[in-house]
Ligand binder design. Structure first.
Ligand SMILES: [Zn+2]
Ligand SMILES: [Zn+2]
Length: 72
């Protein structure tokens, strides 16, 4: 059996999950993009927020607050 190390936490897992976005292997805990701080997550979010931004653009300030909170 092939043992794979989770790309995020390094734990060995014999049941790795492949991320649909970055194609790395992760353990069950870190298989979601949110859980392993997926390198593609920024672009996924940017796409989602981009759609809303059109509506909220005129109000200003809101998105700076959201994106200013890093490293939680
Ligand atoms: Zn992990
Ligand atoms: Zn990923």
């Amino acid at each position: 059996m092939k043992i794979v190390n989770c790309t995020y936490c390094g734990n060995e897992t014999d049941l790795p999950f492949e991320c649909n976005y970055c194609r790395d292997q992760f353990c069950a805990e870190h298989r979601l993009p949110e859980e392993h701080r997926c390198i593609r997550l920024t672009s996924i979010r940017a796409k989602r927020f981009g759609e809303k931004k059109i509506i909220r653009e005129g109000k200003g300030g809101f998105f700076k607050k959201v994106f200013g909170r890093k490293g939680q």
